[in-house]
Design a protein around this ligand. Structure first.
Ligand SMILES: CC(C)(COP(=O)(O)OP(=O)(O)OC[C@H]1O[C@@H](n2cnc3c(N)ncnc32)[C@H](O)[C@@H]1OP(=O)(O)O)[C@@H](O)C(=O)NCCC(=O)NCCS
Length: 334
């Protein structure tokens, strides 16, 4: 299939107003600002208000991406939502967001459970769907982790933040110099043998919700082997990034900006070192937002563009890794 004419038509993002600093966390669990900064690089993160939901975040980020693309909701042919923090168990968040945005009766569905790699996976599907029917696909990564993590578990609670990012993927007008926006190459992968390493174990068929589950708090994020995830994240983000550069015949020197998943400053620095990317070419905002899961890459991409770090025509390499394990990388020309 020819993907040359498929690119990002617009991007948008949303982060909530409520700021939670490391000092705030140190009043709730046994942690310190120093420990969190040294081990993760995170200084603060944003949390939704009590009455905000996945649909609200989808509305804000979706409208921003549509405005950026110069499109209306009714112009969109398909909607894909990557989230592990859905509006409810079923129906999916896409149904609610399709209705809230006032879209037509288009196909709308969630890609759930891919953790922080969800946006790149959704981008992969969106690219194919756009290419096979000249469709405009609105794709989003949305997480309200603060509603799900265990507020008493210092191992996990300090890591995550809430946010949403969106992109409109669709056909672009090719120019003779081939400088038009494009998804030059994209690679995703999964290693299901590691599925238990990062998981919210209760609420599904293996452990249906019960009073016992509620009492033990098992419906929250309960299992995370941080060290193992660290190693695997570096390995797979590096391999996927190298592969997409090779697929497109692009060297790391030609990439204007690397936008890795914002999980941990040390993971980002490790990936950058392996890829030979100098510090100034690696976008970082994990210090301000923490790990926003599937929203992390599109939020970072939007910020980089809005800050003028990248502009139309620049090559940007996005990569992500998450529960599953799932991972992916996409080489974009903006
Ligand atoms: C979680 C992570 C920050 C831990 O950093 P680390 O350097 O690997 O730390 P360790 O696992 O060696 O733990 C060191 C100690 O700090 C403690 N600790 C954990 N969280 C803490 C916190 N918030 N404050 C203070 N101490 C903490 C641990 O209990 C452990 O104590 P012990 O040695 O007495 O058992 C790091 O492994 C990481 O970021 N991994 C990736 C996680 C991730 O990205 N998950 C999302 C998937 S994309």
């Amino acid at each position: 299939m020819n993907f040359d004419h498929i690119g990002l038509l617009g991007i948008g993002s949303y982060v909530p107003e409520r700021v939670m600093t490391n000092a705030d966390w140190s009043e709730l669990v046994d942690t310190t600002d120093e420990w969190i900064i040294e081990r993760t690089g995170i200084r603060e993160r944003r949390y939704s208000s009590d009455d905000q939901t996945t649909t609200d975040f989808g509305e804000y980020a979706g409208k921003a991406a549509l405005a950026d693309a110069g499109l209306e909701a009714v112009d969109i042919d398909e909607l894909i939502i990557a989230t592990d923090t859905p509006e409810m168990f079923f129906p999916d968040s896409a149904s609610f967001i399709q209705h809230r945005l006032g879209m037509g009766e288009i196909p709308a569905y969630d890609l759930a459970g891919s953790g922080c790699a969800g946006f790149i996976q959704a981008l992969d599907v969106a690219r194919s769907r756009a290419a096979c029917g000249d469709k405009k696909v609105l794709v989003m990564g949305i997480e309200l982790a603060s509603k799900f993590f265990d507020w008493e578990d210092r191992n996990t609670c300090i890591l995550f933040g809430d946010g949403a990012g969106a992109a409109v993927v669709g056909p672009v007008e090719a120019d003779a110099a081939a400088n038009h926006p494009s998804i030059l190459s994209l690679k995703t992968g999964t290693d299901g043998s590691r599925a238990d390493i990062l998981s919210r174990i209760a609420g599904g068929t293996r452990m249906p919700f019960s009073m016992d589950v509620a009492k033990k708090g098992l419906h929250k994020l309960t299992r995370m082997d941080g060290r193992e995830i660290f190693k695997e994240a570096v390995k797979h983000m590096c391999a996927a990034s190298t592969e997409v550069m090779e697929m497109a015949g692009v060297s790391s020197e030609e990439v204007k900006l690397f936008v890795p998943h914002q999980a941990n400053m040390r993971i980002i620095h490790s990936v950058a070192k392996h890829l030979g990317a100098p510090e100034e070419k690696v976008f970082i905002n994990v210090d301000r937002y923490g790990n926003t899961g599937s929203a992390s890459v599109p939020i970072a991409l939007c910020e980089a563009r809005d800050m003028g770090v990248v502009e139309s025509g620049d090559l940007v390499l996005c990569t992500a890794f998450g529960a599953g394990f799932h991972w992916g990388a996409a080489l974009l020309r903006l």
